[in-house]
Design a protein around this ligand. Structure first.
Ligand code: SAM
Ligand code: SF4
Length: 460
């Protein structure tokens, strides 16, 4: 905590660049478009970049085809996310041939040296490259490219700074993501995140509370606290204490958080479920595998049994609690028996949903050097087997919900069909015919029909 530096004067430090761009945009009316790949962390970084660009007088374009500044905020977690980026950069080249467009690349992919080399060599028309630690300097970079015709490649391997004073352009709605920490110290052997996002650093709890209070004033009813491992939050109080403080915020209705590392979710946090009235009865707890052998080689530092013990404790405290998870199939050295153990765990927990992935080799991670003797065909067959087991459970559990009553936070109401959609505290997606209902209302709904992955209800 001590060595983390909270920075509150970023906008002030770039005032000259912001002013220059603002004056230029008064006459030129230039536009921007940011395309975001990957997780909520990237989404949130993009919201801050949008806030900064609008401070500089740029207006949001309808698409990258018409924008004067195009930024791709990239993801490096799996190979297919990376491949998509190269296709996108290629498309912008055609636009650049017809008119002036500033093309910037940022995010996790740009934290990797071999990627930067490839981009410099194969895509020399990219104007700005920056990483996950310096997106807040975007006005300065655009200023350099626009007025001095310089190209920018600016990367920091890691940073101890938490940038606090950025304007953020959030999608208007009743739900918001709030970052409570950045980076990761866990080094799971398959994962690139600790190399692209650096070491853990937590925001001070006062700043988080202030941000949520402001969000509530703007109409937000539900917040999801974000971090790669929220359990190791250390911004002056523990994560459990932070939950308590947020629970006291007047006007806020619901709290969720992600992600929790199963080895770190403490009894103190587990005990908050069922006790803090705003904390929803839903937890995303990524397991990755049900096989102890694979978990060990993934460096996850828990076992199938220890994971299940935490789930059972939560189920005992709050019987209606629901769970989701992340699962990787096809990790190097995986056997059919390892997949059986994962399916066994899926049946024991009875997840309500899961993000499921086929293992993707990431350059620079320890697992990239492991012998990978599982063929692509085998990986896909195993993946389908696991997914079928998961879907059977999700569909059965949804059908058992007919006749039950859930509190729904309304997220959208279709003007034509008057169909309202929202989520229950347990995170079920529920739709129903609205009568005098607006976005942001909390409505009790009886379930009348179970679809495969959602529910239909009637207002009480
Ligand atoms: N911090 C979170 C945690 O520990 O659960 C997860 C962050 S990661 C960006 C999201 C998910 O991507 C992981 O839980 C994992 O299932 C998946 N993932 C990460 N690296 C992967 C890889 N190399 N191949 C396939 N899936 C991967
Ligand atoms: Fe990646 Fe593991 Fe950190 Fe999650 S906890 S971000 S999976 S290294």
């Amino acid at each position: 905590m001590k060595e983390i530096q909270i920075v509150r004067d970023t906008v002030l430090n770039q005032q000259y660049a912001i002013n220059d761009l603002y004056r230029y945009n008064l006459e030129q009316n230039k536009t921007y478009f940011i395309v975001t790949f990957g997780c909520q962390m990237n989404e949130h970084d993009s919201e801050k970049m949008m806030g900064l660009l609008e401070l500089c007088g740029f207006k949001k374009a309808d698409s990258e085809e018409s924008a004067d500044v195009v930024i791709f905020n990239t993801c490096a977690v799996r190979e297919n996310a990376e491949l998509k980026i190269y296709g996108n950069i290629g498309r912008i080249k055609k636009i650049k041939e017809k008119r002036d467009v500033i093309l910037g690349l940022c995010g996790c992919m740009m934290q990797q040296k071999h990627i930067i080399e490839k981009i410099k060599k194969s895509y020399p028309y990219v104007d700005i490259i920056f990483g996950t630690h310096n997106y807040h300097e975007l006005p300065m970079y655009i200023n350099e490219v626009l007025f001095k015709k310089n190209k920018i490649v600016n990367l920091l391997e890691d940073s101890k700074a938490i940038i606090e004073d950025l304007p953020s352009k959030r999608k208007k709605g009743v739900k918001a993501f709030v970052n409570i920490m950045q980076g990761c110290n866990n080094f799971c052997t398959f994962c690139i995140v600790p190399y692209t996002r650096g070491r853990e650093k937590s925001r001070e709890y006062g700043d988080i509370i202030k941000e949520i209070e402001e969000l509530v004033r703007s109409g937000v009813k539900e917040v999801t606290l974000l971090g790669q491992n929220v359990n190791s939050y250390s911004g002056g109080i523990t994560f459990a204490e932070l939950l308590e403080k947020i629970n006291e915020i007047e006007g806020l209705e619901r709290i969720r958080f992600m992600t929790s590392h199963p080895k770190d979710i403490s009894d103190e946090v587990i005990d908050k479920f069922g006790k803090l009235e705003k904390l929803c009865e839903y937890l995303h707890l990524p397991v990755q595998s049900g096989s102890n052998e694979i978990l060990k080689r993934m460096n996850r530092r828990y076992t199938h049994e220890a994971y299940l013990e935490k789930i059972n404790k939560l189920k005992k405290n709050v019987p209606e609690m629901t769970f989701s998870t992340d699962i990787i199939i096809g990790f190097p050295g995986e056997s059919e028996a390892d997949v059986d153990k994962t399916i066994e765990l899926i049946k024991e927990v009875e997840y309500d949903s899961a993000f499921t992935f086929i293992y993707s080799k990431r350059v620079g991670t320890p697992a990239a050097t492991f012998d990978d003797d599982v063929s692509d065909d085998e990986k896909h067959q195993r993946f389908d087997r696991m997914l079928n087991a998961l879907n059977d459970i999700v569909i059965r559990k949804n059908s058992e919900r007919v006749g039950k009553v859930y509190e729904v936070l309304v997220e959208a109401v279709d003007d034509n069909t008057k169909l309202a959609t929202g989520r229950s505290r347990e995170n079920h997606l529920i739709s129903f015919h609205a009568q005098n209902v607006s976005v942001g209302d909390l409505v009790d709904v009886t379930i009348v029909k179970a679809k495969k992955f959602s529910l239909e209800g009637e207002m009480i």
